[in-house]
Design a protein around this ligand. Structure first.
Ligand code: ATP
Length: 494
């Protein structure tokens, strides 16, 4: 406001002087020079700002006890961190200090949590940043930020009277990708070089000992110079949790939530194969939100089960398909469920015709045990379950629909997996040099033979499909138990 008044008064004075016959040329020169100086000062300020995105220094209250399902990773990490804690022994034995630890694994598995817990465990200052923060259009800014990062770690440790600092770089693949690949400019390479220089400069006798922890999902993208001994010479794998890990994580995230007595976390853990820690945290949270929406004071088992669907498939949609379309969706899902139950009794967890995310309806299978290896028979059975939806539509309604597009895509992928793993009639082959027509024929044979089996089985089940379809249309959603009660006597006779 004051600025505007000043400007207005100045301008009025200049006009007055000009009208009174004074020569205002020197005044105009002075104003121009002042404007240019102001502009330069501002742009320097902006430049200074680009250098000034300070890394985040945070206090850590997270300990290894707050991380579930990662015992192997925690033990490996602790072993490495003991180097920091036993400094005297290290110096006596002449051991080279550990400079970097790389945490690798899928998103949301707890890599950031592990880094925070590591800072707590070693009583270090924790400085966090992400690889993307180093990449700028301006040459030299990234390298400057790397220097600033290490300096911040040292200064913060001295200020807090700590002897060590942990620098955590998330998404290191962005800044540490293979050099020479970004042809447009060398900014990436300069930034990486600076990181290597800083790491090489770390000494065991430094006043503040620095350990760099970095996380990535793409270790294959990293420049080999980063992985050589003396830099990130330890790699800790942070994998998706197994069933007992999932249960531990669920327990951790339900600690502060009122659970009803019917909640069976073991069952939830069993149904969530492939979920990361972040998914499980979200599951517990969504369960609580659903309970609140219903006005409950406790979270029941069904809230957590519904939260699984929400996380897997997305939010429920208000879209209400026409009756005919609903019937088709129901027939499709019952087809999947019948074949799944025939192949592995007890495998159907739930089927519904409520649209969620991209799906108009879906059937959820209960994973038997966490499986990491699949036999040919298992994969063929999966193909049968996938094809069963559209086969049921054809048998009961006379034709198929586009609703099976995703199933077919997956069935073809699974058949490709059989070929790639050397389990097809071709034996062990290199799929990349397989002639296209031969690959097509074998793929086709696998799919057709499974489709034939499904047709034979569901062909005798038309009435059962219609029977379950009617219940599903009335209820919208039926559990595995309800489904088995409805179909038990028919499936027994097969
Ligand atoms: P990204 O690779 O995407 O950066 P990340 O592996 O670093 O992911 P985190 O940021 O550590 O994952 O985890 C995200 C959230 O998920 C955590 O704040 C926590 O709530 C939950 N979480 C993830 N893994 C675990 C775990 N093992 N135990 C408990 N909670 C977990």
């Amino acid at each position: 406001m004051l600025k505007e008044i000043g400007l207005g008064t100045g301008l009025a004075a200049v006009i007055f002087l000009a009208l009174s016959g004074y020569d205002i040329t020197p005044l105009l020169f002075v104003a121009l020079a002042a404007g240019m100086l102001l502009y330069l000062a501002r742009s320097r300020g902006m430049l200074a700002k680009t250098f000034n995105t300070a890394p985040v220094v945070c206090r850590q209250e997270i300990g290894f006890g707050d991380i579930g399902g990662q015992n192997t990773a925690i033990n490996e990490l602790k072993e490495a961190l003991d180097f920091i804690n036993n400094q005297d022994k290290i110096i006596k034995l002449g051991i080279r200090p550990l400079k970097g630890i790389l945490l690798t694994g899928p998103p949301g598995t707890g890599k950031t949590l592990l880094a925070k817990a590591a800072a707590n465990y070693t009583d270090s200052v924790f400085v966090a940043c992400s690889g993307s923060e180093f990449i700028e259009m301006y040459a030299g800014v990234g390298a400057q930020r790397v220097r600033q990062l290490f300096q911040t770690a040292r200064d913060s440790a001295l200020k807090q009277k700590k002897e060590s600092a942990i620098i955590f770089i998330d998404e290191i693949d962005i800044l540490g990708g293979k050099r020479g690949q970004n042809a447009s400019h060398h900014e990436y390479d300069q930034t990486l070089n600076q990181l290597l220089v800083e790491m090489d400069g770390l000494q065991v006798k430094d006043k503040v000992r620095i350990l760099v922890l970095a996380a990535t999902n793409r270790v294959d993208m990293l420049d080999p110079a980063l992985l050589r001994p003396g830099r990130f010479d330890r790699q800790v794998k942070v994998d998706l949790p197994d069933k007992s890990g999932r249960m531990e994580i669920l327990r951790l995230h339900c600690r502060n939530k009122p659970l009803a007595s019917d909640v069976n976390l073991e069952e939830i853990a069993r149904e969530t194969f492939g979920f990361s820690g972040a998914h499980l945290e979200s599951l517990a949270n969504e369960g609580a939100i659903l309970a609140m929406r219903e006005g409950c004071t406790e979270i029941s088992h069904r809230h957590l089960v519904e939260a699984i669907d929400k996380i897997m498939m997305g939010e429920k949609l208000d879209r209400r398909p026409a009756r005919e379309e609903l019937e088709r969706v129901a027939v499709h899902e019952v087809g999947h469920a019948l074949v799944s139950e025939k192949i592995r009794p007890g495998s159907v967890s739930m089927l519904t015709i409520t649209p969620r995310g991209q799906a108009l309806g879906y059937m959820r299978q209960l994973p038997e045990n966490d499986a990491y290896l699949y036999t040919r028979e298992y994969l063929e059975n999966q193909i049968q379950v996938l094809l069963a939806g559209s086969v049921a539509e054809e048998l009961v309604l006379g034709d198929r629909s586009t609703g099976a597009g995703n199933d077919i895509e997956q069935a073809i992928k699974t058949a490709g997996q059989i070929i790639r793993s050397g389990m097809s009639e071709l034996g062990v082959v290199d799929p990349d040099i397989l002639p296209a027509d031969l690959r097509y024929r074998v793929l086709n044979d696998i799919i057709r033979s499974q489709e034939k089996k499904v047709k034979e089985f569901l062909g005798s089940m038309r009435e059962v499909i219609k029977h379950v379809m009617r219940t599903l249309l009335a209820e919208e959603k039926i559990t595995g138990e309800q489904f088995r009660a409805l179909t038990r006597k028919y499936l027994k006779t097969v």
